[in-house]
Ligand binder design. Sequence first.
Ligand code: ATP
Ligand code: MG
Length: 683
Amino acid sequence: MVNLSQLNPQQREAVETVDGPVLVLAGAGTGKTRVITYRIAHLIARGVPGDRILAVTFTNKAAREMLERVETLLGRRGGGPAAGSRPLICTFHSFGVRLLRRYIERLGYKRNFVIYSESDQLALVRRILGRFAGGVPRVDPWVVLGWLSRWRNGDVALWQRLDEESRLLAERVRSAYEQGLRACNAVDFDDLLLLPLRLFREHPDVLAECQERYRYVLVDEYQDTNAVQLELLRCLVARHRNLCVVGDDDQSIYGWRGADLTNVLNLEAHFPELRVIRLEQNYRSTNTILRAANALIRQNARRRPKQLWSRRGEGAKIVLRVYADEAEEAAGVVEAIERKRLLQRVPWSAQAVLFRTNGQARPLEMALRRAGVRYRVVGGQSFFDRREIRDVVAWLKTLVNPEDDVSLLRIANVPPRGLGEETMERVLALSVERHVPVYHALREAMTSDRFTARARQAMVGLVETIEEARRAWSLVGPGTGSAFGAEAWIGFFERLGYFEMLRRSEKDAEAGENRVQNVREFLTDLMQRGNGTAEVEGSALDRLQTALETVTLDAERFEEEEQPAGDAVTLITMHSCKGLEFPHVYIVGLEEGLLPHARSTLEGTIEEERRLFYVAITRAMETLELSHCEGRRKYGDRTPCQPSRFLQELPEEVLVRVNSGPAAAPPVDSARDWFARMREAVG
Ligand code: ATP
Ligand code: MG
């Protein structure tokens, strides 16, 4: 049996109410995630087979950690019952991938579909906008992507406001987008949820199988589910109704991604028998931190009132600092981190720096490096997710194995050679019809009068490029005296016209050149790996294959994995920090325009920005430092900044204001000496 004595009575009720729908609605740090974890363990201990349980978490990392805790609670670590009956703990999107890998053929896709990263999606939208250039005024592809996503997720309001002509255009863009995906046997992030829902709706047998399989469904961070996710959940639990969701309406921060607060507020409408459980004791933070959080969030009109308290004492006051600019701010934060570490023996890993936008990480990274502080950035874009790296890998994989459909479809028209989406979709259809790889279908299409002469010529061009390169590279080997390394591959992409395409794909010449540079670096690194692992024998093509195998480009890598553990400071955006906790937290850049973000004033999402700040504050367990700058460099110029309006909403008595003028903090350049002296002094 699982020991439930480490839960308070309300938590215990939530864990023990195993049948029927349960909602735990409670503030930050009150043990909601703990409830989910204990509940899974409790179900298994009561004899429910693990694999009948599905728990949805917000990140893959959270999922892994939860699984570990469950196994600890069950006393299963290091031996114990076989892994066969493990619960499925994953994100909504991984759950979608899992369903699609199993059933996607029912929807007319090939099983080895590929998942488009954001940069792939963006490239597709750019191509489409280019094609419709005449009719589309200069629009930002990012914005279009955002619209498409909202539209595809059922938000029609946006489109209803358009005039007739724009709506027609929008519809063409949407259908070109969907066709573009289909042509590459690709799905995007939204499809990972939309397609499973379609499966459930169009294939009742699939739904019945899943309902039978997942008898108990649990959801963490429920406040950030969107309409499609709720629909998926409703389908899954329609028969057994064993749904347990936990969430906090005050922490809903994904409205821009379609998350819908009313999902929380209206759950009762869907489940009249819903048992609602509230938790008010916070186990994470000091009362000082909670007082700040409570006062802040009280300013939001649309919420269910709640008041957090804790037994962790008053704790230190919240420090509020003003810096001249972002470089000084970064240096100041690093100094505070090192002070804690050297004087109070607080490890780096117990400290985290939170910020509103990804770009704010850069000055921090520079200051941390200068001071020799180890850190990890959570939530940034992985090198391997970059569009140019994925293109190049797809090309190389095609050369190694032209029957790799996914890679071939990706590169068929990269750089553009007149094999547009429409043509490739027809080639793909042919391959599905004949049950052959796309490459074979392509060779058949080359001679088929079902395709235009222009398309056929483009196909011949592609096949010849692939065949020639394969022939040439398989002849090159040790002893043939020919060039073997990265430079030869770089030459290949140069001749292909790929670098030219990269250079032209960006408005900004430097950005294009950066992409070219990324490819060069990647190829150099790849060939070194190949040389390190492959036998001396074998052709260049064999070596390439070995090298590629060392690159794990897992299709499911759409979510940032955490970098290796160890003692390191965490740099993280406010959006990514949900559910986490750190003893010492620094929140930087608390300025109008950053938080609340400039966009939010226009879009009327100030309350969501306030919730974001609330999430950030409530990550802190012991100490919290806030800071803002008087000015910030933007494209070389220094622009003045106003402190965030949210700072005025914090009660004065929990704050200590420190004016970190140049006199208080050591000048940036001498920071290193200062740290050296500190280290020496402390030993
Ligand atoms: P968030 O809203 O930020 O996701 P949460 O409600 O999920 O927070 P948890 O992360 O589950 O809260 O718990 C916060 C901290 O309090 C954790 O360190 C957890 O171990 C601890 N905790 C929760 N409940 C108890 C309890 N009954 N006794 C002791 N510690 C607890
Ligand atoms: Mg949680």
